[in-house]
Ligand binder design. Structure first.
Ligand SMILES: Nc1ncnc2c1ncn2[C@@H]1O[C@H](COP(=O)(O)OP(=O)(O)O)[C@@H](O)[C@H]1O
Ligand SMILES: [Mg+2]
Length: 512
């Protein structure tokens, strides 16, 4: 058997942690090879080594049978290796083509020949079905399109071995489906794909082979057609995982959150939320489902105080909180797992322990007479790290900035759930997390529900909405078009309502 890439006995150490421990990975040409593992398993590290961003402490790499030393990304590029990172590296006020040619502009004499470049970008885009406009500005296109620009960037440099680091974490279900088709097309045209993910469904759908890592170690490599999602999950987590949320029927009580005729503008100044009314009761999870960009973000921002509505009211237990500050709302009993964890979640310059007490550092037991109690802060951090399995090099003292995205997310979820707010706004709580962590977070949300809290769950993952919610509100074009019972709906019905194509009889009532 000949392999296009072989990584043999790769070891990589970071301060306090062995990120890769004797890992061997052999990739067949023209295959989609998935790299599966929980957050912190060492996937990105291994692929960064292949792309020349890190040097291994031990082991060898062969490309097309020849041993190579990939000392930097330029060497990787010259070997035909390209990588799409978790966070894109595009210049926002440049066009698609300008971004793609950055660093290797085609020249006609001394002037950059941008027309020529646009033509080539267009050709490559057509060949692989990417449908990217070479002249569009990055700031004007969706995240899904930006990702395609990154793909084009690799292809423009004649990459043959394409590394995708968790490409679907930022995509909507529809965009995920399209990306899968693009990947298949790439392989048909002769490319080889390395796909980092922790989503088993995606692996089942698109990959040929799957290699599983756990805590830096190689667990095994299996042909996808001969294995099950349950088996892969078990390899990944090290124990059996239940895919279904265990819960008893909801016993809803008083209405804790009431939204009346709310209108909220988007960042661009148009109405994102239109005359929206909604109630969430104690002891229930209300799932808000919709296609990205239909007002979910604006609604959450208005409830949590990040933006001011144009009109309408938000009531917490009959108290009008529409005009309170973020802090006043937090103190009144609103909790929030933010959608954008980069912007609103952690203070990256603080330690993990400090981030855990960000809402209440000035209160006992963490402070008395203005003096911080380091011991209590440490104990609190250790408890949350244990309960939520937050992986970090140096425990409470780890700098938030150095943690992986998934572990940052777990830290935010841990902090917010632990406060046990009366009304809990949960936006994309498990986006980018692995099955083990998702299972635990869902369990904790249901526990909060059973304590009598009101939970508004906003998610783009239909499975999550259907599994965790008691009632489901469908948002379309800024308004609630239907409210259905979670037990008596399905993916098809929700999908149709989300696209605005179908309104059940109850929708008219919900809109009154
Ligand atoms: N640059 C770095 N410095 C220190 N530790 C790191 C660095 N990059 C990754 N790590 C640590 O190495 C481990 C593996 O991380 P990573 O490869 O990003 O995992 P994955 O991609 O599977 O989520 C984690 O514990 C992470 O905190
Ligand atoms: Mg990673």
């Amino acid at each position: 058997m000949s392999y296009i890439v072989e990584m043999l006995h790769i070891t990589k150490d970071f301060p306090g942690i062995r990120a890769n421990d004797d890992i061997t990975l052999q990739i067949e040409e023209r295959s989609i090879h998935a790299l599966l593992g929980e957050n912190g398993a060492g996937k990105s590290t291994l692929m960064s080594i292949l792309f020349g961003l890190y040097q291994p402490d031990g082991g060898t790499i062969r490309v097309r049978g020849r041993e190579v030393k990939i000392s930097d990304p330029n060497v990787a590029t010259s070997l035909g290796i390209g990588m799409v990172h978790q966070h894109f590296k595009l210049v926002h006020n440049f066009t698609v083509t300008e971004n793609i040619v950055l660093g290797m502009e085609p020249r006609k004499g001394p002037i950059i020949d941008i027309r020529e470049a646009e033509k080539r970008v267009e050709e490559i885009s057509k060949l692989y079905g990417l449908a990217v406009d070479p002249r569009a500005r990055i700031e004007d296109i969706s995240v899904g399109m930006q990702q395609r620009v990154e793909i084009l960037k690799m292809l423009y440099r004649n990459a043959e071995i394409l590394i995708f680091d968790e490409p679907t974490a930022v995509l909507t279900p529809q965009e995920i489906h399209e990306l899968m088709q693009i990947m298949r097309k790439l392989v048909t045209e002769g490319k080889t794909i390395l796909l980092i993910t922790h989503k088993l469904k995606e692996i089942k759908e698109v990959a040929d082979v799957c290699t599983v890592l756990r805590r830096g170690k190689l667990i095994g490599t299996v042909p996808v057609s001969e294995t099950s999602e349950a088996r892969m999950a078990e390899m990944m987590v090290g124990r059996q995982v239940s895919f279904h949320v265990e819960k008893s029927p909801a016993r809803p009580g008083a209405t804790l959150l009431r939204i009346e005729h709310l209108n909220v503008k988007t960042a661009k100044g148009v109405l994102g939320v239109r005359d929206l009314s909604l109630e969430v009761r104690a002891g229930e999870v209300l799932g808000l489902c919709g296609i990205e960009g239909n007002g979910q973000t604006e609604l959450v921002q208005a409830i949590t105080g990040l933006t001011r509505p144009e009109s309408g009211r938000i009531l917490l237990r009959d108290r009008d909180i529409t005009h309170l500050s973020i802090k006043e709302r937090t103190d009144a009993g609103i909790g929030h797992i933010p959608e954008d964890r980069q912007k609103h979640g952690l203070v990256l310059d603080f330690t993990l322990g400090e981030n855990f007490i960000i809402h209440n550092y000035y209160e006992p037991p963490f402070a008395r007479y203005g003096i911080l109690n380091r011991k209590k802060i440490q104990e609190n951090a250790e408890r949350l790290i244990r309960e939520f399995d937050v992986r970090s090099g140096q425990g409470a003292l780890t700098a938030a900035r150095s943690m992986s995205g998934g572990n940052q997310q777990k830290a935010i979820v841990a902090r917010e759930i632990d406060r046990s707010p009366d009304v809990f706004i949960v936006a994309q709580p498990t986006r980018g997390l692995d099955v083990g962590a998702i299972e635990y977070i869902h369990k904790r949300i249901i526990e909060e529900r059973d304590k009598g809290k009101a939970i508004l769950l906003v998610s783009l993952e239909l499975d999550e909405i259907m599994d965790v919610s008691d009632r489901i509100a469908v948002i379309y074009n800024g308004s609630i078009v239907a409210i259905v019972d979670a037990a008596s709906t399905d993916e098809n019905q929700l999908g149709l309502m989300m696209s605005g194509a179908y309104r059940p009889a109850t929708a008219a009532a919900a809109q009154e």
